[in-house]
Design a protein around this ligand. Sequence first.
Ligand code: ACM
Ligand code: ZN
Length: 744
Amino acid sequence: MLKSLLACCLGASVLLTSFCASAEISIIPEPQHIEAGHGSYQLDANTGIDAPGDARAREIVSFLRDAIRDQTSIRLSESVHAHGIALAIDPSVKGDEAYRLSVTPRGVIIQASTDKGLFWGVQTLRQLLPLEHGASAAIPAVQIEDAPAFAYRGFMLDVGRHFYPISFIKKQLDLLSYYKINIFHWHLTEDQGWRLQINRYPKLTSVGAWRTEADGSRYGGFYTQAEAREVVEYARQRNITVIPEIEMPGHSVAALASYPELSCTKQPPPVPTTWGVFKDIDCVGDKATFTFLQNVLDEVMTLFPSPYVHIGGDETPKDRWKDCASCQALMHEQGLKDEEGLQSYFIKHIQSYLASKGKTLIGWDEILEGGADKNAIIEIWRGDDEARKALENGNRIIIAGPFYLDAPLDKLTVQDIYRTDITHSTSPEDDSTFIAHRAQILGAEAPLWSERANPFNAESKMYPRLLAFAENLWRSGMHDDAAYADFQHRLQAQYSWLDMQEVAYGPENHPVVDYSFTVNVHRDGWQLQAKRGFDNLKNHYTMDGTEPTAQSPLFVDEADIRQPGTLKVVPFRNGLRYDNATNFTLTNNRALGKPITFADTPSPHYAPGDVLVDGVMGSADFHDGRWAAWNDGDVDATIDLQQDTTFHAISIRFLLAPDSRVLLPKRVTFFTSSDGSHWVQLYTNMPEQDLSSPARLQQIDFRSMKPIKARYVRVKAERPSSAPATFPDGAKNIWLFADEILIQ
Ligand code: ACM
Ligand code: ZN
């Protein structure tokens, strides 16, 4: 008893001491002022809600009734004489989102000067309800005065790289609203997919919403205008504004694939299937581009009542504009110094169009380059230096950089998010600007980019990190050890609620699961190890090419895999699926598990060199842990088969990804030896270096008519000696990537 009482009192602010002996109050984000009362209000079927009669108040009442019914099973009385809960507009509660909540044994009162405040009061009341179903529910007596520190508390979802169904988005809006996040930034267009129906330009979704993956399958999807309206309305009911983002002039390959006349080259690119920054961007020198974008924005503005429209503006390489006669002509006609000036001209043009319709432009911090109008809101992602420039220029800003939810869970922990103070910079020069321009800091946003996020793993990246984010923004200035310990304590209580909502939340500071392989030489097979982020996580797998389900065979920490083939693994927890299947292609061959040595050590930033003989093939994602890489030396590998061995074929596989500076070797040579010192050259090959190629795998194969007998096999692959002129740092910045050597 003493222990739990202590834990409770330590984990709550001083004002709460009086209820420590009875109920736990555990609200996230923690209210600004909270004072525990005595006893509790017993809510039951006789309780009714008294509220103003306007439409929004009726909606809020209906929302509260449904929430109470779902959580406690209690159906509140609809009789006009029943009361117990009162919602009231009270102008003395100052602040657009502020509210006052009072619970006494006699009843519950929520007061606010706006509908927004009333709704947040309702969300706080929900967090006071018990989690159990029953005929009555005790709500602990408490007095709360509350208001957010920042007006902009956003979450961004990139639906371009991966597509998310409307049901997923609505579930997230429920959760965001529960934690008082008030902005949903919907990143609707990307290189890899245009996701919003535009009536005037049907090819944006018939062409631009679909891509052909490396295996030939089609991937994609889009939202109809009716669905976009449905999301906006669902969000509005939950106090959330939806801000649409239509990327321009970069990150728009899917649009150019649909309407190639918008590009400088007028040639249709394919909708890309790889990630990165693409050189094909909107042609700013062509008037038709502005007509197109304005027509698109007209439809967007009819769908989204938000006062803000996000136009992206990030990562815009200027190569095409430099080579384009019409872009160059516009630059000279406008007297612009360079292509940065052209970008600034473009953004200002779009900004004044939006302003003529009463909308404020938001753009990523690159829109500062070449000069930005000070009415634009700048979303900061590259660092405090950009924030300082924007603040000094007079712009209002939103801080996003420290909150990228696509960052691995161990690299951006719950604690990291909680402790980030957006009102300060770690560099003294920037910090004085932050302090002087505090009023221009609107708040922050946590983006989830979707290169590696998808509908199955997104929740593990969002939660619980978004709870720390929500409290950071609501409270502000609470970043020390004591504040974090207090948050941590309250966070534990939220997990039961998140479980009830079937949220596949992640661990607080380590990955959900990490798979690794050991070759089992004695059994001619593999052991797949799972380092699990949760004790109750289970791994279900198949070897027949089908998608694993919760009914498929399972393992916990380790599986013994005896046959080669395609292994698919999916983590589950409490019956909830946690990710897409991870696929491993397992190949048995004579090199499997044999000692391998290298003349030049592979880079420590990628997998160790023995992945070349583990029989596990890499995917097109060179971060998948199956690729070894060399940044300085050559691939010069010697495999000891440990006895004279007969074989017919040797192969090694490389990756070509010019956009990521990964090239093929200039020459590959295979040797054999019986003693490890006298070598016989078997084969040499000079792969064709196609610098315009999209990323692809390239296998170098040697096959002998006659059997070969040897103990040692050496594979030498030399790096290109000179780099193409387009590579920023020359040959030293070229990478060689290899995933497997097969001897058969
Ligand atoms: C961004 O991460 N490119 C805004
Ligand atoms: Zn052009």
